[in-house]
Design a protein around this ligand. Structure first.
Ligand SMILES: [Zn+2]
Ligand SMILES: [Zn+2]
Length: 194
């Protein structure tokens, strides 16, 4: 997923790149997510003030187990991102890579509000060698950032019955749910000394 700087004209460059299923699987290894198909990435690159402004978008389709009912569900995660790519020489010379600032910008990312006005200074910065931009590690990071913390098949998922394991989304099981955890019951009988 390489883009050469010399390919970027004054009017910018639009590219479509694909991340293979294998690369995605490697990226998601160790997570509870599994990719369903290769990733089609649309990217737009523009030369700006010595660097390159990269805007990318893709929809990541993955499968994950619902945390409540344990059924596999498909997730569609639309992602769009903007990065300011700074050539190594410039980054070193002007100290553009300010760690504190970068941390703060990362926090803002979770809001998913990337539309509307955009100031160059607000974009996350990434350093490259000045000649070739490899989109693969950038996209891989974006794929990981887009994964939800809690996967549920749907907001109102009822989960499984704690007693019989019935998927309560399918039907009610009729179990008596006035269930007391035996450990808690034992605690009730402990008299506090004092
Ligand atoms: Zn569920
Ligand atoms: Zn039950």
């Amino acid at each position: 997923m390489l883009v050469k700087i010399e390919e970027i004209r004054d009017t910018g460059l639009q590219v479509k790149k694909e991340m293979s299923l294998e690369s995605l699987e490697a990226a998601l290894e160790g997570s509870s997510f599994r990719p369903l198909e290769p990733l089609a990435v649309s990217a737009s690159l523009r030369k700006v003030s010595g660097g390159v402004l990269l805007e990318g978008r893709f929809t990541s389709r993955v499968v994950a187990e619902c945390k409540r009912c344990l059924t596999e569900s498909k997730l569609e995660l639309p992602v769009s991102f903007t990065l300011n790519l700074v050539p190594e020489s410039l980054a070193r010379g002007e100290g553009l890579v300010d760690e504190d600032e970068e941390d703060e910008e990362k926090k803002d990312k979770g809001t998913g509000e990337s539309g509307g006005s955009f100031a160059l200074d607000d974009a996350d910065a990434e350093v490259f060698d000045g000649k070739v931009i490899d989109l693969e590690p950038i996209v891989r990071e974006q794929v990981l950032l887009a994964l939800p913390m809690n996967t549920v098949c749907r907001e109102e998922c009822k989960g499984l019955c704690m007693k019989c394991g019935q998927n309560l989304n399918d039907k009610a099981c009729g179990c008596d749910m006035t269930f007391v955890d035996p450990r808690l019951a034992a605690l009730k009988n402990i008299k506090l000394k004092g």
